[in-house]
Design a protein around this ligand. Structure first.
Ligand code: NAI
Length: 510
């Protein structure tokens, strides 16, 4: 049994940049004496001055009592040299993202700190096993991966390398909990949980843009207003910086020996080539010039309702649409049982299906019914502001319009995508769940940890595995298998764990 890290134990933070300063603030606010060290002269002192200002701002806003802010500020001490960190119970390193620098630093720390001191790295991409290699006590090295801005983001990935002592990882997990954070355990594998599982959020958006499914503003609007994500992939990449986002994708891609699942996008590479880095350079997917106006998402013009509408219940999707149609006073025929071919509704002869990964054209070819329209996934059809639809190439404009009109009558804005398999939200959520399932299958983390990490680390509206359970794992597997068939690419191979759960009739219950 390892002793817990006491509230009055000294926490040392190395690197007084954005992350180190935030981590120092968290530890000091939680009651720890904090020692902050930075190799650059004046950097730690400037960070401490900034921290004092932040704490008093928090007190002014009533987020902290004046007493709590003042005593937290007093607990942060400047360390002039590494040797002043000798009384630390925990060191959190947040210096430049370079293995050689981190290794040298950890070796130096070993000669300074006591035998019980835990050495943590805030690295987001370097192997904890590699940082610990060659140290005298590699078992006390682990990752404590905060998210930016650290005081606001709840997630902490507690990363165990090959040599990490599980009891120490648990002590750090408990400490993060005591600091009010949401910690998760993970193994030291490329991208840990969040930076790996989030890749499809960007990759599928980029893929859709590359294939001309819709423009960036439309895909972003659908991901936000149907998917419930806080930001669409393109506005998010512009915020992160296309150079930074591409670098993370590249590092995960290379670390997985060029697994096609993580293939970087030519579109993003070209933006980086051109210096279109996003907000910071004034232009990325969007322009941020002072006179620029944000492009509006494509939205279908109002269409006339057909004479007859039928809706087949039996799914959350159909229930949400039915409730909205009723509230809008639209008369429709409601069937209690599911339709034999799975259609959700019939709009004057146009069959509308929830995307199962087949394009509408493919579905129409399979069924022989040319009036086929496919609906993208929404987080909650009872509340979504927008939905996306695809029409089969075989369908007429009037047949598509009939489907559009029903969703408009139910209060949705409707965006039309070119007829791509899996559409946007369905394809992205299936791929996020697939990646999370693979991480679970490979022992990187538990299903619950994967879901918590994505909700707390990148603010997803729902954990991908819980979301996949809600959609139905057989449906998610069908989406993946259809995408694999449509593209003939290994990128869309289904995780063996999803397939296994479908065979067993199981769920993730994350
Ligand atoms: P930063 O560039 O803002 O700060 C790094 C600081 O470390 C600088 O003040 C620098 O002078 C100092 N430093 C460099 N080498 C040093 C050494 N040998 N000893 C002591 N201090 C040294 O960097 P940032 O963004 O705070 O990142 C720090 C670490 O946190 C990196 O490992 C990064 O990958 C990781 N990280 C960054 C996130 C972010 O969004 N910025 C999120 C999560 C992790």
């Amino acid at each position: 049994m390892t002793a817990p890290i006491e509230r009055n134990a000294v926490v040392a933070v190395i690197g007084a940049g954005a992350m180190g300063t935030g981590i120092a603030q968290i530890a000091a606010t939680a009651g720890h004496p904090v020692r902050l060290f930075d190799v650059k002269p004046g950097a730690a002192a400037a960070a401490i001055a900034g921290l004092h200002a932040t704490l008093s701002r928090l007190a002014d806003k009533g987020k902290l009592s004046a007493d709590a802010a003042a005593s937290a500020a007093q607990r942060v001490h400047l360390a002039e040299t590494i040797s002043e960190l000798d009384d630390a119970a925990l060191v959190v390193e947040a210096v430049v993202e370079r293995l050689d620098v981190k290794r040298t630093l950890f070796a130096e720390l070993e000669s300074v700190v006591g035998p019980g001191c835990i050495l943590a790295s805030n690295t987001s991409s370097i192997s904890i096993t590699a940082i610990a290699a060659g140290l005298q006590q590699p078992q006390r090295v682990l990752g404590m991966h905060f998210f930016n801005p650290a005081p606001l983001m709840a997630l902490v990935e507690v990363v165990s390398g090959l040599a990490t002592d599980a009891a120490l990882a648990q002590a750090v997990y408990d400490l993060a909990l005591a600091w009010g954070k949401s910690p998760v355990h993970t193994k030291s594998t490329p991208g840990f949980i969040v930076n790996r599982v989030a890749r499809p959020y960007y990759a599928e958006g980029l893929r859709l843009l590359h294939e001309g499914a819709a423009d960036a503003a439309t895909i972003d609007a659908v991901m936000r207003e149907a998917g419930g994500f806080r930001m669409g992939p393109f506005e998010l990449m512009d915020l992160i910086g296309n150079d930074v986002n591409l670098a993370v994708t590249r590092s995960v891609f290379e670390a997985f020996y060029n697994d096609p699942r993580f293939t970087p996008s030519l579109i993003q590479q070209e933006l980086v080539n051109g210096g279109f880095l996003g907000r910071k350079s004034g232009r990325g997917f969007y322009s941020y010039a002072v006179d620029a106006t944000a492009p509006a998402p494509q939205t279908e013009a109002a269409a006339a309702l057909p004479a007859s509408i039928s809706l087949w219940a039996g799914s959350a999707c159909a229930a949400g649409i039915a409730t909205r149609l009723r509230a809008a006073g639209v008369i429709f025929e409601s069937h209690a049982a599911a339709h034999a071919d799975g259609r959700l509704l019939d709009a004057g002869g146009t069959a509308v299906y929830l995307s199962d990964g087949r394009s509408a054209t493919w579905r129409a070819s399979d069924s022989g019914d040319r009036a086929t329209v496919v609906l993208d996934l929404a987080l909650d059809y009872a509340k979504a502001k927008r939905v996306a639809l695809c029409a089969a190439d075989q369908a007429s404009a009037a047949e598509f319009g009939a489907a559009v009109s029903v969703f408009q009558a139910a209060g949705f804005a409707v965006s039309r995508f070119d007829d791509v398999p899996g559409m946007a939200v369905m394809r992205t959520v299936a791929m996020l769940a697939n990646e999370a399932a693979d991480a679970v299958n490979q022992g990187v983390c538990s299903a619950a940890a994967a879901d918590l990490a994505m909700q707390k680390g990148v603010n997803y509206p729902r954990g991908p595995l819980g979301w996949a359970d809600a959609i139905g794992l057989p449906h998610v597997l069908a989406v993946l298998d259809h995408l694999a068939q449509a593209y003939g690419e290994d990128r869309y191979r289904a995780s063996p764990l999803i397939r296994r759960k479908v065979w067993a009739g199981g769920r993730f219950d994350a």
